[in-house]
Write a protein that binds this ligand. Structure first.
Ligand code: ATP
Ligand code: MG
Ligand code: MG
Ligand code: MG
Length: 470
């Protein structure tokens, strides 16, 4: 019997609970008191105050399964076997408590004794100068030196600007030659899908100062992150994260609606996977209180949703379909994330309204864009004007990124500077038009009304984030 994704999550959390970790539910996707980040993108992100000593953790050892969004990976989604914009990150953390020895050995124990992954297919990487980690893997754990790769700063050193930082060590699974790129240098760290990085251990042992010097921290920390979908992919022996139990169920819903069988046409499969991925992101984002808008997080949500809608068109789907998939997401993830179940109706409504809004203009917008492309091609031009890109955005609801993506297929780019100028002009117009609503900020009427109406159905909606902190 294959281990289900939900089983792997519980196994991980109980493993670390037995090792004296405080286990708490995922934090919201919306960062709290952190302006540096639009959306939570790792298990560590919401724990930053504990790592930086601003706040005291409930315990020096913690473990979570954290909801994450990484829009930076969007271009990989549907194309690699391992990237999603929404994924769950399992993590164990030490705030000045245990360090490399325990982290590495427990990681190994979990992977080999609990997940029972075959030892001969596991590889590890360490930071090029981290002899300490190398020795632990080699001498204590017993991994042959040939299967430990040393990687440079880009892959295996974690730092964001100044402050706490340190080397990483990653665990990889060799999926076999058939997934490889064939290059002689294909080894862990290669971009292809043969060696899947699935667990990253970060050893936060330095403090970087303004001159760029690294000072050892008196109490170094541990921060690990393991992609739940990636582990499930390995455990279930499937080709990509889109074929694991939970995600496959959502993907089957897309196939059912589109009538396009999966695995026949590579291009259509990419669209099918993109829709599958984006509907997960969108469902979780809305459940955390994010509303579609033209700014910040709301814009990320809008982009993902509209991109999914457009790929629906590419698959020939005529009707509104995105909110039909929401229930599938809730079915597979509602057990671990009760907020999905609680807000089912709300999520459905927000997504239906946003899709409907886009539906009204997507066909027109697509036709207009097609004409622009024709015109440019005829006159041998490679750049769409900012005015035209803005018109698509403003009148037809095409996020700039969507326009860019469609144009990229034709090797055409957008004059983004001019687009920004148009955008600024419009903001200026909007500002003068609402002088009597000073300080209220830009608001999307439909959603703010909808929010109040539906929010009232969910008692305590506004205190959700607080009450979920155990
Ligand atoms: P990759 O090199 O494959 O892009 P990463 O090094 O960017 O991964 P980390 O920042 O180390 O990833 O995150 C910790 C773990 O989270 C990874 O080892 C992986 O298992 C998982 N992970 C990271 N990005 C994604 C993603 N886009 N989709 C699914 N899982 C991911
Ligand atoms: Mg990455
Ligand atoms: Mg990596
Ligand atoms: Mg990594």
């Amino acid at each position: 019997d294959k281990m289900s994704l939900n089983e792997i999550r519980s196994k991980f959390l109980s493993f670390f609970e037995e090792k004296d970790h405080f286990v708490r539910p995922s934090f919201s996707l919306v960062p709290q008191n952190d302006k540096s980040l639009l959306l939570i993108n790792s298990g560590m992100a919401p724990l930053k105050p504990y790592f930086m000593g601003i706040d005291t953790p409930p315990k020096k050892r913690m473990a979570t399964c954290q909801k994450c969004i990484r829009t930076g990976d969007i271009d990989n989604v549907g194309k690699t076997a391992r990237h999603a914009t929404f994924f769950e990150m399992l993590g164990n953390f030490s705030f000045g408590d245990y360090f490399k020895n325990e982290s590495i050995q427990w990681g190994w124990e979990f992977v080999t004794e609990h997940l029972k992954l075959p030892v001969e297919r596991l590889w590890v990487s360490v930071y090029e100068n981290d002899d300490e980690a190398f020795e632990i893997w080699n001498k204590r754990v017993g991994i042959p030196a040939e299967r430990i790769v040393r990687l440079g700063k880009a892959d295996n050193f974690w730092e964001i600007g100044l402050g706490p930082c340190g080397p990483c060590s990653e665990i990889y699974f060799d999926r076999g030659e058939k997934y490889g790129c064939g290059s002689q240098n294909c080894k862990p760290g290669c971009d292809c899908d043969r060696y899947v990085e699935f667990w990253n251990h970060v050893f936060t042992q330095f403090d970087k100062d303004e001159e760029g010097n690294y000072h050892p921290l008196p109490n170094p920390n541990i921060d690990t992150g393991m992609g739940l979908e990636r582990v499930a992919c390995i455990m279930q022996g499937v080709d990509s994260i889109f074929e694991i139990d939970t995600i496959r169920y959502i993907l089957d819903g897309v196939v059912e609606i589109s009538g396009q069988p999966y695995g026949k046409d590579p291009k259509k499969d990419i669209s099918t996977r993109i829709i599958t991925d984006h509907i997960r992101s969108v469902t979780f984002m809305v459940s955390d209180g994010i509303m579609p808008s033209n700014e910040g997080r709301g814009y990320v949500l809008r982009r993902l949703l509209r991109r999914a809608a457009r790929h629906g068109k590419l698959l020939g789907i005529k009707e509104l379909f995105l909110n039909k998939l929401v229930d599938r997401v809730i079915q597979v993830s509602g057990g671990a994330y009760p907020e999905l179940v609680e807000k089912r109706e709300y999520i459905n409504k927000v997504i239906a309204i946003e899709e409907e809004r886009f539906q009204e203009t997507i066909d027109q917008g697509s036709d207009i864009l097609k004409n622009y492309i024709e015109e440019l091609k005829e006159s041998n031009q490679k750049i769409l004007s900012g005015e035209r890109a803005f018109r698509l955005y403003d009148t037809y609801g095409f996020p700039l990124e969507l326009t860019k993506e469609i144009l990229e297929e034709e090797k055409i780019s957008v004059d983004e500077e001019a687009f920004k100028i148009e955008m600024e002009k419009q903001r200026e117009r909007a500002r003068s038009a609402r002088q009597d609503h000073e300080g209220e900020g830009w608001k999307d009427d439909i959603y703010s009304r909808l929010a109040n109406e539906i929010r009232s159905q969910f008692k305590g909606y506004h205190s959700f984030d607080l009450s979920s902190k155990v």
